[in-house]
Design a protein around this ligand. Structure first.
Ligand code: ADP
Ligand code: ZN
Ligand code: ZN
Length: 816
């Protein structure tokens, strides 16, 4: 006898463990690891979706308690490869969630079996006496025609409705039945042919010949006799309708064959085949290193650091060609936002039918079909955002992570995995080569490369000698001094006017609006910041106070600048809307497009705006940094960075790094085509090293200063943070719970290995009706820190009410 060890698809930490099921004889040769199954679960044997983690010949569960697997889904094809099951296990430990949540993130979305409960009246006549509530529910059910979905009833009577219905079921007045809804998104093509084994075939044919009313049948027979096998479309094309097909099929005179048709997400006809470029010498060096990694057994991740336009994408493609020649497959991860039509075109033109694409703008069916093509070996390269990592390839040879500095690689829903970390893990596990590419790598990644943990490949020249734009820093303090109070410096106004005259395009960037508002002096540029943490204070309007969201220190909001005495103290938080309005006032004749969270909420809308701009339908594009990536705008010759300060003062130690990246990437937008590209960076802190180095496009200069600061503060890569968010519906209880947790942290930290900050109110102190308090813990080493935090939080949970939640985030990007 064989047993399947199954994890059930329920989001409950208490059921997140392996359950043994007996494999009935009919499934004995079919059941394998990674399959999706239906099992009976719990006291009521509710039908539940589950996943086979492994098979076993023994089980510790006693015979009479063991239940049978009910069903095997997906036509007996596993949906998790062994590598994906291992990755799920790793994610579970790394991101503090359930294994089921990890499996859900890995499996194709939308296919999960949904369970629906129906309540219906039985035909029992002698209805016994019922309670008042029971009677009300019964009456409602009768009003609804005698049957209804449980969720409908719950909408009327609330959650308690289920137990009332169960009582009524015990009395045999109603019955509660479960129905499973499956979605396989399958499109099938139907083919028909004559069943020559049918005994009465000759008779039927003769009858169709003679009887005028059976004209349709006659035509169908004639067609199939001539062609052998025909698809439904062909049959309809001959003017034959459904009815003769149905009749002859029912009588067994014809037979049907179904073939799955996987959706295509592009048409090859739209693309012209391209061949690889002859590599430049820098590219050739990089390719030689990558090629060597492909054949040696113990590999190191590769960081490909190259300025924009230095030919990184070309290196990816030539490396992938080598992977394909070895009979292996490759995954290319890109931030969703840079998966542009141009990007897709480059890969499709090079690899043709061997490549496919997945992204969130596709339908669930389209995405599932690309996933199946990967599983069945029909494609060997998949390009997509972070979830493309979970493609069920059988022999993965390479994972490429483009724009590796992008934080959108971190999932914003549970499990909050970082696709870059997961990619590294998967590469290690499968022996694939990992290539991370960026023009502006994050400090931690670059530091690892300098420490030889990664191989560092650098490209310093633009291929084809493209032009770098001229970068200018504009001192906004001077503008104020000389009487200009607008958000546009005088020089930027002049340059925009010039561009309008020449018919060239302009992009105006504003940092994505953060949650935090900071306070700075417009006369001298001084920013109010916490001395202990070197983090800008966040302004809280209600208390008119400034608070450090790392350590919680709160100070009064000054009326004049503590450095120069100026009264031009300003709360920053300029929005794109305001910049757009001002631009319209300054340039009434210009056509202006705006792109930010407000204008891009619809699916695909951001691509629409960008394509409109690309095709010259506007002179000026105003937007948040989402317009900085992946798009080629041949006619853009001017870029204005409206307020570099907003990203310098986000209340996070990543602020300098992010500002450097924003300015450098934005600079890459201008001057792709000719030498007139100009970038103007407006700031109140023109001497800040993130700005001065970005203006020189000097990554190493910036890295040198920033890494020193990180070292002095013990910030990553020389230390790690861990954030614990305590939340609950009741303000007082939440505060008490967070204070209790804080005490436990202090007690557990007697030898001072860690640095505990808080609890403090979170930046978003009330969110979706819940109050939020946060504790930040800093430590020297990531793993020891995580262990410490988990141990203390587990302890705290035991003494805390169920209504209080603890949310753990290692390496928080935003402290909110
Ligand atoms: P990156 O990904 O680093 O921004 P790309 O790969 O997009 O750079 O290269 C920039 C441009 O140079 C592209 O138009 C690309 O087709 C072209 N290119 C890349 N490599 C070569 C080469 N070896 N010879 C000529 N052109 C190249
Ligand atoms: Zn000042
Ligand atoms: Zn502080």
């Amino acid at each position: 006898m064989k047993f399947a060890r199954v994890i059930v698809g329920m989001n409950n930490p208490e059921t997140d463990r392996v359950f043994d099921y007996r494999i009935p004889e009919k499934f004995e040769d079919i059941a394998i690891q990674g399959m999706r199954v239906i099992v009976p679960f719990g006291k009521k044997n509710t039908k539940t979706e589950g996943y086979i983690l492994s098979l076993s010949n023994v089980s510790e569960i006693s015979q009479e308690k063991l239940k049978d697997l009910l069903e095997i889904l997906d036509e007996g094809k596993p949906i998790f490869t062994p590598a994906m099951l291992r990755l799920a296990e790793w994610m579970k430990d790394k991101y503090f969630c359930t294994l089921n949540q990890c499996l859900q993130a890995i499996m194709p979305s939308g296919i999960r079996t949904k369970s629906v409960w129906y309540a219906s009246l039985t035909d029992r006549k002698d209805i016994p006496k019922c309670g008042k509530m029971e009677q009300t529910v019964l009456d409602a059910l009768a009003d609804m025609g005698g049957a209804a979905e449980l969720t409908e009833m719950e909408k009327i009577f609330g959650r308690g409705c289920k137990s009332i219905l169960q009582q009524l079921q015990k009395k045999n007045i109603i019955s509660l039945k479960q129905r499973l809804l499956r979605s396989d998104f399958k499109i099938e093509k139907r083919f028909f042919s004559i069943n020559f084994n049918a005994t009465l075939l000759e008779n039927a044919m003769k009858k169709a010949q003679q009887d005028k009313r059976l004209q349709g049948q006659k035509m169908l027979f004639d067609l199939l006799l001539e062609k052998g096998e025909c698809s439904m479309e062909e049959i309809k094309g001959k003017g034959i309708n459904d009815s003769p097909v149905k009749t002859l099929l029912a009588k067994g005179m014809i037979q049907e064959r179904r073939e799955e048709k996987k959706r295509a997400v592009f048409s090859l006809d739209d693309y012209e085949k391209t061949s690889p470029f002859h590599p430049t010498s820098q590219q050739a060096n990089a390719l030689a290193v990558i090629e060597k990694q492909l054949i040696i057994p113990v590999k190191k991740p590769i960081l490909l650091h190259g300025i924009t336009g230095s030919g990184k994408t070309e290196i990816y493609m030539q490396s992938i060609a080598k992977v394909l020649a070895m009979g292996k497959q490759a995954v290319v991860l890109v931030p969703e936002i840079s998966l542009t039509p141009q990007m897709m075109e480059r890969f499709i033109s090079r690899f043709g039918a061997a490549v496919s694409i997945t992204h969130s703008r596709l339908s669930a069916g389209e995405r599932l079909d690309q996933w199946k093509k990967a599983r069945e070996g029909e494609v060997s390269v998949i390009i997509g955002p972070r979830s493309a990592l979970f493609m069920p390839f059988s022999n993965l040879g390479m994972i490429i992570v483009d724009e590796v500095h992008e934080n959108s690689y971190i999932s914003d829903i549970t499990p909050k995995y970082d696709a870059r970390e997961a990619a590294k893990k998967l590469a290690e596990d499968t022996g694939a080569v990992l290539i991370m590419g960026s023009a502006t790598p994050d400090l931690v990644t670059y530091h690892k490369a300098t420490m030889r943990e990664y191989l560092l490949l650098e490209l310093t020249e633009r291929t084809g000698g493209g032009f770098l734009p001229q970068m200018h820093i504009v001192d906004m303090r001077k503008e104020l001094e000389e009487g200009n109070r607008s958000s546009f410096s005088r020089v930027l106004q002049q340059e925009i006017a010039k561009n309008l005259e020449k018919g060239e395009q302009t992009m105006l960037f504003l940092n994505r609006r953060g949650f935090a508002t900071f306070v700075s002096c417009r006369s001298c540029g001084h920013v109010m910041r916490c001395r202990d943490c070197n983090i800008s204070y966040t302004y809280h309007a209600k208390e008119n106070a400034l608070m450090c969201h790392y350590c919680g220190k709160t100070v009064e909001n000054p009326k004049t600048c503590p450095v120069c005495g100026s009264k031009y103290i300003r709360y920053f938080g300029t929005g794109t809307q305001k910049i757009e309005d001002e631009a319209r006032r300054l340039f009434p004749k210009a056509k202006i497009l705006r792109m930010d969270l407000d204008t891009t909420s619809g699916k695909g809308s951001h691509n629409r705006i960008l394509e409109a701009f690309r095709h010259g339908q506007a002179d000026i594009l105003v937007g948040t940094q989402m317009i900085a990536k992946g798009h080629d705008f041949p006619n853009v010759s001017l870029v204005g960075i409206m307020a570099a300060d907003t990203s310098l003062n986000t209340g996070s130690f990543y602020a300098s790094e992010n500002t450097f990246q924003l300015i450098t990437q934005a600079g890459g937008r201008a001057g792709r085509v000719n030498d007139t590209g100009r970038v103007y960076v407006q700031t109140y802190q023109p001497k800040h090293y993130a700005i001065t180095h970005a203006a020189k496009q000097d990554y190493k200069g910036f890295y040198g200063e920033e890494i020193l600061l990180r070292y002095m503060m013990g910030y990553p890569p020389f230390g790690a943070f861990f954030s614990v968010l305590v939340s609950g519906q009741n303000a007082q209880e939440t505060v008490l719970a967070s204070e209790g947790l804080g005490r436990l942290f202090q007690e557990g930290n007697q030898d001072g290995n860690f640095f505990v900050m808080g609890p403090v109110a979170a930046v978003l102190s009330k969110f979706r009706g819940e109050f939020r308090q946060r504790i930040l813990i800093q430590g020297k080493e990531e793993e020891a820190l995580a262990q410490f935090v988990v141990r203390i939080v587990e302890k705290a949970k035991k003494n805390t009410k169920k209504e209080i939640y603890f949310n753990l985030t290692p390496n928080p990007m935003n402290i909110v």
